[in-house]
Design a protein around this ligand. Structure first.
Ligand SMILES: Cc1cc2nc3c(=O)[nH]c(=O)nc-3n(C[C@H](O)[C@H](O)[C@H](O)COP(=O)(O)O)c2cc1C
Length: 367
């Protein structure tokens, strides 16, 4: 394999920056109906993306159907691909089993200014698998290869990555992951569970050394710093936890460490997740857990942005799913949450939250 055939695009800088800071690459996972245009913007702001000690290094969009993007229904789906300036670098995630749709959708993403295109090859959702996409790709490497090739043709110079799982019914690292590692991907994100395991067992971080060893075997002809970037995913709670999961499974000399970590559910109710300054655990004065008023302010700002950007295409119920995470862990949180769950729009949420902030003697922060 020739080194120059791997198209890293913006990932080259991301790798160099993380290496310079002697830390792993930290990225935000695609979470359908969670990391939508509104929440991504809130995360980029509160985690201080692009600033020193801020993050994430890269943001993923929710997955979007390539078939849908090539259909008359495209306008609504384009709203899932909306992003703000502060979210660069941003990767659009697509799924389909039709190479020609992937080609067209990837070209569209490049045109829309995305820094990368990622292909979903791990989603266990029935509706996605029925289309032979998502995790179904694990059972059909021939089509997977065609989909990746089509995405590259469409995306042009924009790098194309893959997110997958360790296997379908069992550990298939030595076949499925080996196959993917032979395809010159700049980045491979591995959710460390099988399709069958869904999210019901702890993620197998102990398998990361097997993946890294395999990468280094399959890509032995490539200089170490130019091999596929491996990002591990599953059950990571915060930045400290990410470092612990990586170092515990890095081998004695650290050579088997994953290059990065993808954070999914940990972002619920915690848009500060990637801010190193707020998340230093065990360092005394640096500990800065968001206060109740900060959380309520962020919750309200998020709600208002959701209504502004997506109110005409998404049900308000999607926004309300966040309240359980934003509003928990203090006396009276449950009662407040119940009230918020009865709301139907941002104005109602605003009236309730502003009242609570006044009771806390912390009137709403205007930003
Ligand atoms: C609500 C929800 C939506 C998700 N949507 C996507 C998606 O659009 N694309 C994808 O590749 N994975 C999706 N996933 C999987 C996550 O990206 C991630 O792989 C999984 O949650 C494990 O990581 P975590 O333990 O850090 O949450 C979703 C997971 C959840 C809980």
């Amino acid at each position: 394999m020739k080194t120059q055939t791997i198209n890293f695009g913006f990932w080259k800088k991301i790798r160099e920056k993380a290496a310079g800071l002697k830390r792993p690459i930290f990225v935000l996972a695609p979470l359908a109906n969670v990391t939508d245009a509104a929440f991504r913007q809130i995360i980029a702001k509160y985690s201080r993306m692009g600033e020193p000690d801020g993050g994430p290094d890269v943001i993923w969009t929710e997955f979007v159907s390539a078939d849908g993007l090539c259909s008359p229904g495209r306008e609504v789906l384009l709203r899932d691909l909306a992003y703000s300036k502060g979210e660069h670098p941003i990767v659009a995630q697509l799924f389909t089993a039709h190479p020609e749709k992937m080609r067209e959708a990837a070209a569209l993403c490049a045109q829309l200014g995305f820094d990368g295109v990622d292909i979903n090859m791990g989603c266990p959702d029935r509706s996605v698998e029925k289309q032979c996409a998502g995790a179904a790709m694990i059972k059909d490497p021939k089509t997977a290869r065609k989909i990746i090739e089509a995405a590259r043709e469409g995306a042009g110079t924009v790098p194309v990555s893959v997110k997958t799982r360790i296997g379908y019914n069992k550990n298939e690292i030595n076949t499925w992951i080996r196959f993917l590692l032979g395809l010159q991907l700049p980045v491979l994100t591995v959710h460390l569970r099988t399709r069958k395991e869904m999210s019901e067992v702890p993620a197998h971080w102990g398998l990361m050394p097997e993946i890294i060893r395999l990468r280094d075997e399959v890509q032995a002809a490539i200089p170490v710093n130019e091999r596929t970037i491996i990002i591990g995913n599953g059950d990571v709670m915060n930045l400290e936890d990410a470092r612990a999961k990586i170092s515990t499974n890095a081998g004695l000399d650290g050579s088997l460490a994953a290059d990065g970590v993808m954070f999914g559910r940990a972002i619920f109710g915690n848009p500060w997740l990637f801010d190193e300054r707020r998340n230093k655990i065990g360092t005394g004065a640096n500990i800065s857990i968001p206060t109740i008023s900060e959380r309520l302010n962020a919750c309200l700002e998020h709600t208002e942005l959701f209504e502004k950007l997506l109110g005409d295409v998404k049900s308000f119920a999607i926004m309300k799913k966040h309240y359980k995470a934003y509003v928990s862990g203090w006396d009276g949180a449950k009662e407040l949450r119940i009230k918020l769950m009865e709301t139907e729009n941002a104005a109602q949420v605003g009236a309730i939250i502003e009242n609570v902030l006044l009771e806390l003697d912390r009137p709403r922060e205007r930003v």
